[in-house]
Design a binder for this molecule. Structure first.
Ligand SMILES: NC(=O)c1ccc[n+]([C@@H]2O[C@H](COP(=O)([O-])OP(=O)(O)OC[C@H]3O[C@@H](n4cnc5c(N)ncnc54)[C@H](OP(=O)(O)O)[C@@H]3O)[C@@H](O)[C@H]2O)c1
Length: 338
């Protein structure tokens, strides 16, 4: 099979399409012929050497795929073979074939293309955990979605609109028109201006009940300030560190130095909460995650979850796909097709 290999840390030239042995499904696993594989910010950070959860290099990245079940291991119902599916993969998804434990596999809704199917697991599970499970977002509450035009951001917007929350989002200005069409109530350009005073102005100085922040460093300080009483902040990334080589290491160090420290007594007296999420550390919570996926599938059936694929790049153009995300050009999901 052909697979995208991150050969070492570096710029996009470290990405190579190589031939690897076909994997074989074991007990409780299925072999999937990949039709589309999600490209996530984690894959960019892994290439830059800034993602501690990445496997040792050379490695095949990829947390999610859509495709067709090609073979079933022992104890799997053989009628599963031939089914279109979507799946979470603990790496290895950016390949023509991947083996996955069956509990991480869902049938692909007929209404979704394979590209759209590959845009579901990481973005929507992350957004679900942040908004619903941990963030407890309620109707009429206000939510600030940072990086609202990204993959997780658009997923969060779908879910927040369904809940009936008031939505505020930061994004590069080129994405604002699209975001408004998708139902975002207030788009804020956080790159040309200090977003906090704009948000406070829009909320009559109250702030919001929930912020989800994947930027890290000093952004977490600002986001915490944006919370009104009973507000919660969910932290889930460090995009601000993104850069290759020594620049990335320095940015990561700066982000760590600027990370605020929260004191339980301070949280108590201000009626605020702070929580963190790492979907990649929930492999031991399969039942919980499957429950979230069930709700997401229901959202797809009912039409309030609409994964948006910006571009599909062939495997051979993986370098271009990484550059596209690093240049902040993507709106929603980027997928790779064999
Ligand atoms: N903890 C978890 O479980 C988990 C799961 C999934 C994703 N994440 C994190 O969530 C964030 C979004 O992930 P995603 O996969 O959905 O990617 P994405 O949103 O598609 O990421 C690309 C977008 O991020 C924004 N961005 C902010 N700072 C950036 C920077 N320094 N360099 C390049 N782009 C930057 C840009 O949009 P604008 O300029 O328009 O804002 C860019 O278009 C990432 O930090 C990722 O690591 C965490």
């Amino acid at each position: 099979m052909r697979a995208i290999v991150t050969t070492r840390n570096g710029l996009v030239d470290v990405l190579q399409v190589e031939t690897r042995p076909d994997p074989v499904p074991g007990k409780g696993e299925v072999l999937i012929r990949v039709k589309a594989a999600g490209l996530n910010f984690a894959d960019i950070l892994a290439r830059q050497g800034l993602y501690p959860d990445a496997p040792p290099k050379p490695c095949v990245m990829g947390y999610e795929v859509s495709g067709i079940v090609e073979a079933a291991g022992d104890s799997i119902d053989p009628s599963f073979v031939g089914e279109p599916v979507i799946a979470m993969t603990r790496f290895g998804g950016q390949a023509e074939l991947v083996v996955v434990p069956v509990r991480q596999v869902s049938r692909k809704p007929e209404t979704l293309s394979f590209e759209a199917g590959a845009a579901v697991p990481v973005n929507y599970l992350t957004a679900w955990a942040l908004l619903v499970t941990m963030g407890g977002l309620k109707m009429d509450e206000a939510v600030l979605i940072h990086n609202a035009g990204g993959g997780v951001g658009l997923a969060a917007l779908d879910i927040a609109k369904h809940i009936g929350a008031r939505t505020f989002g930061t994004a590069s200005s080129s994405k604002h028109e699209f975001l408004k069409q998708r139902g975002l109530d207030h788009a804020i350009d956080y790159r040309q201006q200090d977003w906090l005073p704009v948000l406070m102005n829009l909320t009559a100085n109250r702030g919001v009940e929930l912020v989800i922040d994947p930027l890290g460093g000093s952004s977490w300080k600002q986001s915490y300030r944006a919370l009104r009483a009973t507000g919660r902040m969910g932290v889930f990334g460090m995009s601000t560190a993104s850069a290759s080589g020594i620049r990335g290491k320095l940015r990561a160090l700066k982000a760590v130095i600027q990370t605020p420290r929260f004191n339980p007594l301070g949280l108590m007296s201000r009626n605020k909460g702070v929580f963190g999420l790492n979907l990649g550390h929930l492999w031991g919570e399969g039942d919980k995650v499957a429950g979230w996926m069930h709700e997401i599938m229901r959202g797809i059936d009912e039409g309030w979850i609409q994964p948006h694929v910006d571009r599909a790049f062939p495997f051979d153009q993986v370098a271009e796909a990484h550059r596209y995300i690093e240049a902040r050009r993507n709106i929603g999901k980027v997928v790779l097709v064999p």
